[in-house]
Design a protein around this ligand. Structure first.
Ligand code: SIN
Length: 534
């Protein structure tokens, strides 16, 4: 079927989280005609679920520095960060946060007006600024959506982006979309920004909302772009575990229990009450989150328990400081002020994604990516907590400038219409079960191969008829790509833990695994040397 309607803009932004709206607002302020396309409500993406905060050095914390933030980021990234990208993005952080505050975002402050700070795993200082106690993402999203509405930015909600429109020379020239009723349309634009978030919905248990189905990475791969570091799926150590729930009920979004609870004194205990992180890492509960998530997984296996417990009963003023966590716990019948919170790890953040430079440009002309969907080199093998909102703010603003610069050059014009594609699609439940069983924390060759076989056996052709079909196709492609990359990387590094290759192997130290699609649309993994990775 071809699209019954078509519209034009200078920039189409797919996704309305922190990176997408920052780019859209800046581009519109510079005079570009911008359309923001989002498959749900404007605030339904990942941004609003971020609890901890924004990691940023603004110079008011004695002893802290951008250099220390860079060092912590590179330590967490386990040798695969791009040092130039880390320095570039983190250095721009203070200005990006100042622009966000000027747009109306309100951060928690002390009575004297100084920004409140918290600390999370892997940070050597209290440098994370926060809003609403543990509702930072919600405040960031509120401020940006309000600014977008105030600026009269066109928001096309209830539309899923299906595929890139491309000219004969493979320049991206817009996107095809489907509305909630499955009616197709075309948005022509010389610049398309993917800001669609991650792919936590690949797993049966995740902190990500229902929108995080990897659509942007899938669209970019089909448009000819490369994705990298897809094997580095970060598992958050602590989501609320509701006792008695079957695994089949756990699909989808799980309530996060922010790392800041541990940053402010919460400790992890096993079923005997023992504080098991003390012997694992010098930073104990504040070790990088791959270390904590791995230790929790091992402790659960050793003790035969379904979860461990986060004891925050000694944290003063818990309910006021962590209102979101308190509400989730109380909804599950747990009072975190006087009893430990049952927690397990869950899929949380895609450290890899569409390969871009630090201005959000992909290798495909006309196609840009920013935020969790992109891989700039900031996160390496493991993202440092609260670096993601910062990356979205910084790179979102840079994309707007990059698009303005790039539009100065003449573009080929797209003529004609684009048929809606037929994708390779597997049932989402099959994909989630296979990925959780074979590609979670602690992977091995046999488990990865079994997951791959299960997904492949369930895959068949499916026309892109509606949002669910587009999402299922994206999840199917992402599953194959993540499994291929995870199978290729025969070492443990950052949040990629191979039980059959438990050690870091320095032959992989400067290697990033890049995924592209072959002629048949299948992911192919290639090893790319990283300049200066560390
Ligand atoms: C958290 O609040 O624990 C999550 C923060 C993050 O993932 O950056």
């Amino acid at each position: 079927m071809t699209a019954p309607w078509a519209a034009g803009a200078d920039l189409v932004v797919v996704g309305s989280g922190v990176a997408g709206l920052t780019a859209a607002l800046d581009a519109a302020a510079a005079g570009l005609r911008v359309v923001v396309v989002t498959k749900d409500a404007a605030d339904a993406g990942s941004t609003r679920w971020a609890q901890g905060g924004v990691a940023v050095v603004v110079g008011d914390v004695p002893g802290d520095s951008v250099d220390a933030h860079v060092a912590d980021t590179r330590t967490a990234g386990a040798g695969l960060c791009d040092p130039a990208a880390v320095a570039s993005i983190l250095t721009d952080g203070p200005a990006a946060v100042a622009r966000l505050r000027a747009r109306g975002a309100v951060f928690d402050a002390t009575p004297t007006g100084a920004l409140e700070r918290t600390r999370e795993g892997g940070h050597s200082a209290f440098r994370v600024v926060r809003a609403g106690g543990d509702a930072t993402g919600a405040e960031v999203e509120r401020a940006l959506v309000a600014a977008a509405r105030g600026a009269g930015l066109p928001l096309l909600t209830g539309h899923v982006a299906v595929d890139a429109l491309r000219t004969a020379d493979d320049t991206v020239a817009g996107v095809t979309v489907l509305d909630d009723a499955g009616r197709p349309g075309m948005l022509h634009a010389p610049a398309v920004l993917l800001a669609t978030g991650g792919y936590g919905q690949l797993f049966a248990s995740t902190t990500n909302p229902a929108t995080s189905t990897g659509d942007g990475v899938a669209l970019a791969l089909r448009a000819g772009a490369a994705a990298a570091d897809l094997e580095f799926v970060q598992f958050h150590p602590t989501v609320l575990h509701v006792p008695g729930r079957a695994e089949s009920d756990l699909a989808g979004h799980r309530p996060l229990v922010t790392e800041a609870v541990r940053g402010e004194g919460g400790v992890l205990r096993d079923r005997t009450g023992a504080r098991f992180m003390l012997g694992v890492h010098p930073l104990a509960e504040l070790a990088p989150r791959d270390v904590v998530a791995g230790a929790i997984t091992r402790r659960m296996a050793q003790t035969g328990a379904e979860c461990v417990w986060l004891d925050a009963t000694a944290v003063e003023g818990f309910a006021a400081r962590f209102p979101t966590v308190t509400a989730s716990c109380r909804a599950a019948g747990i009072d975190p002020t006087c009893e430990p919170i049952p927690v397990t790890p869950a899929a949380h953040y895609a450290c890899g994604g569409v390969v871009t430079d630090v201005d959000g440009r992909t290798a495909v002309r006309g196609l840009y990516a920013a935020g969790e969907v992109a891989r700039t080199g900031l996160h390496g093998a493991n993202r440092l907590a609260s670096n993601s909102l910062l990356e979205g703010l910084v790179v979102g603003a840079r994309v707007a400038r990059a698009v303005i610069a790039d539009l100065a050059a003449p573009r080929p014009v797209l003529v004609g219409t684009a048929p809606l594609p037929v994708f390779a699609v597997a049932d989402r439940r099959v994909v989630q079960r296979a990925m959780s069983a074979g590609a979670g924390i602690g992977r091995d060759a046999a488990g990865l191969a079994a997951a791959s076989d299960a997904v492949e056996a369930a895959t068949g052709p499916g026309p892109a008829r509606d949002r669910a079909g587009v999402e299922d196709a994206a999840l199917t492609l992402l599953a194959a790509a993540v499994l291929a990359a995870a199978g290729t990387r025969t070492e443990s590094r950052g949040c990629h833990v191979r039980t059959d290759h438990p050690d870091r192997d320095d032959t992989w130290q400067r290697a990033s695994l890049q995924v592209r699609l072959d002629r048949d649309g299948r992911p192919v993994v290639a090893t790319e040397a990283l300049a200066g990775a560390a």
